[in-house]
Structure formats: structure tokens, C-alpha cells
Ligand binder design. Structure first.
Ligand SMILES: O=C(O)C(=O)C[C@]1(C(=O)O)C=C[C@@H](O)C=C1
Length: 354
């Protein structure tokens, strides 16, 4: 048994030596690419998406597709950081799901900049304090994030990418046992996602709303007999014990985030285009707006409406379509749409989340 273990570990050592040599060879190439780019953008979302897709497709296992994605995200993160530091603004404080989404997408060699609001994320990118921003746009249980949609409409920033984060909620506390909990802090959205579990396991604990999950964890850390519902990252940050994991009522609970920046992203081969549009006020106008997509064989993956804020009962429609704005079909559909819509703004073309 001991002999066998030793033999396997020697093989692993040899593989690690080889991996290290190859990682450094890859990193040196990234440095050379950095010089070729000069002052151009270091982050190339389309290239990163292609690298991840190719690796997932060629993966023969036993590593999972998600595992391969995580490994290569970190490899690219380290390589990219040798070209230039990457600063990404997000909705803070430390310990939020937004922070987790930043590191899931960009890897650990990233400088995260927590801000106080979604507005402040946009402002940080606009004024150059951050290279990119990451903002929540919709949750599978709670729906659209209106503030993000409104800001996209009025900002010059473009959507450069999307991130899908599986949201797992935990109960965390200074206490060791659920039976001691008298108060639970959380953000209203998280309470909404965990109602069933809380009713079953903490029916008598008072539920107190906090401005973010991370703030809930901070409050719970300052008290006895209190707990917070938040992501595991908040427990680590505030040194709380996790008393229960995955307490969300829907196990598929997912939040979609957008990466915003000043860059137009080139096609990756698997892209989405987001746009905002409004119809002239006459019968059938909405139907007409959707016709260019159907007529050109462009699939719509999302349709969301928001009050336009310019007149009573006028709406802006947010649409996601498959394909890049430079694809022939998409370009034709957009040209036709511009002829008939009262207003159209392309918010960006970007790779589908890998
Ligand atoms: O191909 C590039 O442009 C690189 O800079 C290399 C690399 C990588 O590590 O593969 C790193 C950063 C870019 O965002 C894309 C890819």
C-alpha cells in the first residue's frame, strides 16, 4: 500500500514538473502577446471564450467540464496579469455574490474594486478607476435588476460579457447550533430564495433585512444568538461558522451578471447581442419590432420591458438575440429594425457564458 502510494506520487511529481514548465512557457507567450498589443486592450473576451470552449470540448475526463473551465480560467488569469493588471469594479462590500462572480469570470489574479451601488460600478469604469465593471442583471427566482437596465440605456459603456453564477445560500453564525438562533439577517432577495427552508428549520427566529448579504454576515458576526443567510464567501470573510449549506428552495437558483467596459468585443463564434428598443405608439407596433428577427432567422433569447421614464405608459424593450452584430443575419435584422423602431440602441455583442 505505502509502496503503491509512493509510486503514484512520484508519477504526479513528474507530471507537475512538466505542467510547471508548460505553464511558464504559456505565460512567456502571453507576455510576448502583451508587447504585440502595445496600448490595445489586454482582455480579449472572445479569445478567452474560445480557449475555454475548445478545452471543454476536447476534455476526455475524468475532470468535469466545470473543473476544466475553472482550471483554464485561472491559467489565463495568471497569464493575463503578466500582460497588465486587471481591475474590475463590482457591487460590494467584500463577501457578496457579485464579488464571487468577478473571480469566477476573471480568476484570482484580478484586482476587485468593491463599490457602494450599481451606479458606482458604471461610474468607476467611465472615469477610468476600473478597466471593467460587473453588475447583476437578472436572477432566476427574483427576475430583472431594473437599475442595471436603466443604466445600460443611458451609459456609453458596452456589454463585454456575461457571467452565470449558481447562487448557493448558507446559514452562518458565531454559534455552533441552529437551535440557539433567535435572529436571522439577510437581503430580502435571499430571504425570498430560502423561505421554505427557513420556515422548516428556523420558524421562530426573527427575520431582519440587511442592505446586502455581506452586510447581513457582518451584523451576525457582531452578535450572539444571531445568524445570516449569505454566500459561503461571506462566512469566510467574517469568520462565521456555516451551520447549513444549499438552503435555497430552488437548487438551480442562478444570477446572471454582465461585464461592462469601453471595448467592442470581436466575434467568438458563439455570441449574443443585447439591445434596447422602443416602438412608435400605434397598434401592432410591438409585433412589427420583432418581425426583423423572425424574418432573418435570428433567435431571441430574452425579452424584458421597462417603463421608459420619458412619458407615461411608454416602454423600452430589452432584447437578447443569438449571434454577433457583425454576423450577416444579425446585421440585416438590425438594419431593418432601425427603419421601423422609434429608438434602437445596441448595448453590445459578447461571448455566451462558458
Ligand atoms: O490571446 C491573447 O490575446 C492573450 O493575451 C492570451 C490570453 C491567454 O492567456 O490565453 C490572455 C488574455 C486575453 O484575454 C486572452 C488570452
Amino acid at each position: 500500500m505505502a509502496d503503491e502510494l509512493k509510486k503514484f506520487r512520484e508519477q504526479i511529481d513528474r507530471i507537475d514538473d512538466e505542467l510547471l514548465r508548460l505553464f511558464n512557457q504559456r505565460a512567456a507567450l502571453a507576455q510576448q502577446i502583451g508587447h504585440v498589443k502595445g496600448n490595445g486592450a489586454v482582455l480579449r473576451p472572445e479569445r478567452e471564450a474560445q480557449v475555454l470552449q475548445r478545452m471543454v470540448q476536447s476534455n476526455l475526463g475524468p475532470l468535469s467540464g466545470q473543473g476544466v473551465t475553472q482550471l483554464f480560467t485561472e491559467v489565463m488569469s495568471q497569464c493575463r496579469a503578466l500582460e497588465a493588471p486587471l481591475r474590475v469594479a463590482y457591487l460590494g462590500p467584500h463577501g457578496t455574490f457579485s464579488e464571487a462572480a468577478v473571480f469566477q469570470r476573471f480568476g484570482q489574479a484580478t484586482d476587485g474594486l468593491p463599490t457602494e451601488s450599481i451606479d458606482a460600478v458604471f461610474a468607476a469604469v467611465e472615469n477610468g478607476a476600473a478597466n471593467y465593471g460587473l453588475v447583476p442583471v437578472e436572477n432566476s427566482t427574483e427576475g430583472a435588476v431594473g437599475r442595471t437596465l436603466d443604466l445600460l440605456l443611458n451609459s456609453n459603456l458596452m456589454i463585454c460579457g456575461e457571467v452565470m453564477l449558481q447562487v448557493h445560500q448558507c446559514v452562518m453564525s458565531n454559534e455552533n447550533d441552529l437551535s440557539l438562533i433567535r435572529k436571522v439577517y439577510s437581503h430580502p432577495q435571499s430571504f425570498g430564495q430560502c423561505q421554505g427552508w427557513l420556515n422548516a428549520h428556523l420558524p421562530h427566529a426573527e427575520r431582519i433585512t440587511a442592505s446586502s448579504n455581506a452586510d447581513a454576515a457582518r451584523l451576525a458576526a457582531e452578535e450572539s444568538f444571531a445568524a445570516a443567510v449569505a454566500g459561503e464567501q461571506a462566512a469566510e470573510h467574517f469568520k462565521l461558522k456555516v451551520l447549513a449549506r444549499n438552503i435555497e428552495d430552488d437548487a438551480r437558483n442562478t444570477t446572471r451578471f454582465l461585464v461592462v467596459g469601453k471595448q467592442e468585443v470581436a466575434p467568438s463564434g458563439r455570441d449574443k447581442t443585447s439591445l434596447a428598443m422602443s416602438a412608435v405608439n400605434r397598434p401592432g407596433a410591438m409585433h412589427d419590432l420583432l418581425a426583423p428577427f423572425a424574418n432573418n432567422g435570428v433567435s431571441m433569447t430574452k425579452l424584458e420591458s421597462r417603463p421608459s421614464r420619458t412619458g407615461l405608459w411608454e416602454y423600452v424593450f430589452y432584447v437578447d438575440i443569438e449571434g454577433h452584430q457583425s454576423d450577416a443575419k444579425v446585421a440585416t435584422a438590425l438594419a431593418q429594425l432601425k427603419q421601423i423602431a422609434a429608438f434602437v440602441k445596441v448595448l453590445g455583442s459578447y461571448p455566451v457564458a462558458v
